[in-house]
Design a protein around this ligand. Structure first.
Ligand code: C5P
Length: 312
């Protein structure tokens, strides 16, 4: 059978997920300013879609999907992480190319859900397809790690442990479908400021390793259906609550609204309320809305990492 040759695409759209850290253990700050981590990432069903189109000059357009997305905080010039991703990919292959990059954003900006990292991962995959580069997975992961600690995970998706500064990603079997009410915040919170508060308050002098029993619970949720909530943990939570006491109030409200437990997402300020299933998540979100927390989304995980959704 002969194969028809497809023309090169004019545009490619890639969808990349937000991440949460169902476990985030943080050690003592390293000489390079980063903190050693042991984390368990989970990709959840909030997505940014990135569309790349061949162009002479780099350009970025942002479409904000939802009133929890503050597009004004996202640069539209070469400092945007998506342009840095595109330039890094071109340099890796020794080619001179540019592209127009449109980001349709649902993941909150500076929310602790790695939205910028998702956009960078999506851009790497989209430009690889647009330019027909066939970059190996290992090379894409290395380019991703240079762009930011959370970018490799956005490529891989699912559930995975992260070590190093978060960039060394190892997939974890996760047989569950876990439901979350994502409670957005009106303002962003800068990641370095939360790590700075962590250094002052706690310093990281403790055992921050992931408990093997947590990974067993993800692998075999049927053996321990109530197990995950008791393992959820984030070392940055006290630091984020110190900088933003309103987040602790949000956590208390979510518990009063019936959440199984609550957790800061990454370095915040997004808060997560865990639910037992989709209906329970919608109930908790409804009750939170009654208490004035109207900027929420119901999401589930794990979901796939960056993947092509359309060729134009
Ligand atoms: O790697 P990324 O660009 O996402 O990191 C943003 C900032 O977050 C870093 O400059 C650093 O202040 C802080 N960070 C850290 N330790 C990590 C990851 C991030 O201190 N493991």
């Amino acid at each position: 059978m002969s194969e028809a040759l497809l023309p090169d695409p004019v545009s490619v759209t890639v969808r990349a997920p937000a991440k949460i850290n169902v476990y985030l253990g943080v050690g003592k700050v390293r000489d390079d300013g980063f903190h050693p981590l042991e984390t368990v990432y989970q990709a959840v069903s909030l997505y940014d879609d990135v569309t790349v189109t061949a162009a002479e000059e780099w350009a970025v357009t942002l479409l904000a999907d939802g009133d929890h997305v503050d597009g004004s905080a996202v640069p539209d010039d070469d400092t945007n992480i998506v342009v840095r991703a595109g330039k890094a990919l071109a340099a890796h292959h020794g080619i001179e190319r540019a592209a127009e990059i449109e980001i349709r954003k649902t993941i909150p900006v500076a929310g602790g859900m790695a939205g910028g990292s998702a956009d960078a991962a999506a851009t790497l995959v989209a430009l690889d397809r647009l330019w027909n580069l066939d970059t190996s997975d290992d090379d894409l992961l290395a380019l991703a790690a240079d762009l930011g600690s959370d970018v490799p995970f956005a490529l891989v998706g699912g559930t995975a442990t992260g070590t190093g500064r978060g960039e060394v990603v190892t997939p974890v079997d996760d047989a569950g479908t876990w439901w979350w009410v994502v409670v957005f915040s009106d303002e962003g919170l800068s990641t370095p400021s939360v790590y700075g508060a962590y250094d002052l308050l706690e310093g990281g002098d403790h055992d921050y390793r992931v408990r093997p029993a947590m990974l067993d619970t993800l692998r075999h949720p049927e053996d321990n259906p109530d197990g995950l909530p008791m393992f959820l943990y984030n070392d940055l939570e006290d630091a984020a609550f110190y900088l933003r006491p309103d987040l602790q109030t949000t956590a208390e409200a979510a518990l009063e609204c019936g959440a199984a437990t609550t957790l800061l997402s990454g370095s915040g300020p997004t808060m997560l309320a865990m639910a037992t299933d989709a209906d329970h998540a919608r109930e908790v979100a409804g009750r939170l809305a009654g208490r004035g927390y109207t900027r929420t989304a119901v999401a589930h995980g794990p979901v796939a990492g960056a993947h092509v959704v359309a060729y134009g």
